[in-house]
Each structure stands twice: as structure tokens, then as C-alpha cells.
Design a protein around this ligand. Structure first.
Ligand SMILES: CC(=O)N[C@H]1[C@@H](OP(=O)(O)OP(=O)(O)OC[C@H]2O[C@@H](n3ccc(=O)[nH]c3=O)[C@H](O)[C@@H]2O)O[C@H](CO)[C@@H](O)[C@@H]1O
Length: 363
């Protein structure tokens, strides 16, 4: 193996594409301490902040997704694409990667396309049970596809697709040990229950409305809330910050958030579902209805079918949330059952298996 291994990771737009890339990068670095790693993302998205926070360099492309309706942004799309392809060519020429890895999101399209057309070994990772458009377009050209769900195999060439699970950050693998430290981190009372509310990396309007509508009930039950509102909604909800209720724009230390929680209300993005399986705590999923092919409901359903979580669709919340959620809060037995069952679905070795495949590609 070359000593001066050089790797480009590309993906982004939302946390769901960024954190798998960071987990893969960390594992590569563990195995090859001298590796040179470069990230490539979209110049105006959250990867430009989150990747440097994780200790890696990132270059931004001027790119965005195509909207389903006719918009101004669609009219400039061809120019963005040409500009991104040109910048990707330059980045690849200068950085000279031995391998490129894509974790989905529109930012990974141009980079992986240019790299694979130049014969540079390439691998993509698909987090969902229904593939994103970028990975679907790249599937033919890349050398290897690492996916999390069997269902996705019908969209990808069988001979190069393997099921590895989704990469999960290492610190989330040792949650249970952290309970006390986690409660301290959030200054929470160990004698009161903690409910963690997650809206996905961008936050979820409907989940925020749900929490707001039930604040009195949470208070009455003496429940402490760690409430991740998301960047877009934080200003609107921060007024509820009080003794029992903690509003957060974004949680930078998810290991503490998962560690402190007794029960979790969450969107069902693929990465979150994989993390929650490793965490092993009772979850009520409220999948986003605004994603391609309703894939969050499918992600959640795969867990619910194993009696390993509860799910309510957004249009069921008014009628069923109060009864079902507070019944779960009242039943330690049900909480234990769901927590134990979801843990059985965990695939904690996904990152290592993906990096095994990366090693095979560069040998
Ligand atoms: C609206 C949308 O398009 N959602 C998609 C997006 O979700 P989203 O970006 O929410 O992604 P995931 O649920 O897969 O992962 C979220 C990641 O962000 C982290 N996190 C989240 C909140 C926070 O405060 N702090 C934090 O660190 C989580 O720990 C997790 O690692 O990508 C997923 C994976 O392709 C898809 O399944 C989702 O459908």
C-alpha cells in the first residue's frame, strides 16, 4: 500500500450525508494515520461548518439540487453544474486522490462523476431504503456501492452492491456508559425523566408544533425536554427555554443527548434510525412526509415491524399522540421492550466494513 494515501470524501446538503462521510474519514485515519483527506461539499450548506469542526479541510462547489417545479434556481442549474464539474476537475488534478468516496447529496455528483470518468477508484454509500437521485445517477460508473437496506438492491447493479449498514460516529457506540456524564452536561435532574426531541439535522416544523402544543402536559408530568428545534425554527421556540425545557438550535454532542434520554421522539432519517438502533432506547418516530418516495416512513416501518419502535404519521398526531406517547411514558415495561428490540437491529461494524471495501479498491 502507498504510504501517502490520498482520499476525497464528498457528500452533503444535510447531516444525513455529512456524518457518514465523517465517520468513514475517521476510520480511514485510524488505519492510515498519515492519510491526506479532503472533503468536497456544497459551498452554501451545513457541511462547510460541520466538516471543519470535525477537523477536516473542505472545498465547496457552487451546486444545488433540482426542484420539482419551475424555479429561478432550476434556470441557473446548468451553469452551477458546469461550474461544479470544472472545479471538480481542478480539485482532482491538484489533490490527486487514490480513491474517492461519495455519501450522497447533490454535492457528491460532479466530483464522483469526474473522478470515475478518470478511472480513479470510487465508492458510494447509500443510507436510505430508497436511493437518492445523485447515487442513482452515479451507480453505473462507480466501482462499489455500500448500502444499508436490502430493498435498495433493486436500484443498483447487483454485482457491486453490498449491505454494510450506515456509518455511525464512534462516540455513539458507547452511550450507556455516559448517562451520568450526559445528565451533567445538560444540567439535568437525575430524578426526572428526560425526553429527547429530534427533528433531523435541519429541524422539523411539525414536530416543533407538536411539542409546543403539549408543553403543559410535559410540565405536568415533570418531564425534562431536550428539544432540538433546528436552525430555521430556533428563534420561534427559544422563548420556551425554562427549568424543564431546553431548546437547542442543533446538538453538537449527540452522544450526550442520546445518553441523557429516557424516551426519544424523532424524525426517521436513515442516519438517525441507524444511530437509534445502537443507542437502544424507546423511540416514537414521526417520519417526514416531504421526502422522496416517503422513504422516512419506510425507514421507520422497518423498525416498527420488529416491535422495536412506535410510529405516528404527521396526520395521525392530533388524534393519537397524547394517548400513545404518554402511555409509553407510563410503562417502564414497554420502554424496556422497545429499547431492547431496537438494539437487536444495530449494525455497529458498518464503518469498518465500508473501509475494508475502500482498502480493497486501492490495493
Ligand atoms: C428532510 C430530509 O431530506 N431528510 C433526509 C436527510 O435527513 P437528515 O439530514 O436529518 O439525516 P439523518 O437522520 O440521516 O442524520 C442526521 C444526522 O445529524 C445528526 N444530528 C442531528 C441533529 C442535531 O441536532 N445534531 C446532530 O448531530 C444526527 O446525529 C445524525 O447523524 O438525510 C437522510 C439520510 O440520507 C434521509 O434519510 C432523510 O430523509
Amino acid at each position: 500500500m502507498k504510504k501517502d494515501l490520498r482520499v476525497i470524501l464528498s457528500g452533503g446538503g444535510t447531516g444525513g450525508h455529512i456524518y457518514p462521510a465523517i465517520a468513514i474519514a475517521n476510520e480511514i485515519k485510524k488505519r492510515f494515520p498519515k492519510v491526506k483527506i479532503l472533503f468536497v461539499g456544497a459551498s452554501d450548506r451545513m457541511e462547510m461548518e460541520k466538516v471543519p469542526q470535525a477537523g477536516y479541510k473542505i472545498e465547496g462547489l457552487w451546486i444545488s439540487g433540482i426542484q420539482r417545479k419551475l424555479t429561478m434556481s432550476n434556470l441557473v442549474f446548468p451553469f452551477k453544474l458546469l461550474s461544479s464539474l470544472a472545479k471538480s476537475r481542478r480539485i482532482i488534478k491538484e489533490f490527486k486522490p487514490d480513491v474517492v468516496i461519495g455519501t450522497g447529496g447533490f454535492a457528491s455528483g460532479p466530483l464522483l462523476k469526474v473522478a470515475s470518468s478518470k478511472g480513479i477508484p470510487s465508492l458510494i454509500q447509500e443510507q436510505n431504503s430508497f436511493p437518492g437521485i445523485t447515487n442513482k445517477l452515479l451507480a453505473k460508473q462507480v466501482d462499489k456501492i455500500c448500502a444499508a437496506y436490502e430493498e435498495v438492491k433493486r436500484f443498483f447493479p447487483a454485482e457491486k452492491t453490498i449491505i454494510t449498514g450506515n456509518p455511525v460516529r464512534q462516540d455513539l457506540l458507547k452511550i450507556d456508559l455516559n448517562k451520568e456524564k450526559a445528565l451533567k452536561h445538560f444540567s439535568l435532574d437525575k430524578d426526572k425523566k428526560v425526553v429527547l426531541v429530534l427533528g433531523g439535522s435541519l429541524g422539523a416544523r411539525r414536530i416543533n408544533q407538536l411539542v409546543e402544543a403539549n408543553l403543559e402536559r410535559f410540565k405536568k408530568e415533570n418531564i425534562q425536554l431536550i428539544w432540538q428545534t433546528g436552525k430555521l425554527y430556533f428563534e420561534e421556540y427559544k422563548k420556551y427555554n425554562s427549568g424543564l425545557v431546553q431548546t437547542h438550535l442543533f446538538l453538537n454532542e449527540m452522544n450526550f443527548a442520546y445518553g441523557a434520554a429516557d424516551v426519544i421522539i424523532s424524525r426517521a432519517g436513515a442516519g438517525t434510525v441507524s444511530e437509534l438502533s445502537i443507542v437502544g432506547k424507546p423511540v416514537l418516530f414521526v417520519p417526514s412526509p416531504n421526502v422522496a418516495e416517503d422513504h422516512q416512513a419506510k425507514n421507520a416501518m422497518a423498525v416498527v415491524k420488529k416491535n422495536a419502535a412506535m410510529m405516528l404519521k404527521e396526520n395521525e398526531l392530533d388524534e393519537k399522540f397524547v394517548t400513545q406517547f404518554f402511555a409509553l411514558m407510563a410503562s417502564e415495561e414497554k420502554q424496556k421492550e422497545l429499547g431492547e428490540n431496537i438494539k437487536k437491529l444495530a449494525l455497529p461494524n458498518a464503518t469498518a466494513r465500508i473501509v475494508d471495501e475502500v482498502e480493497k479498491l486501492i490495493k
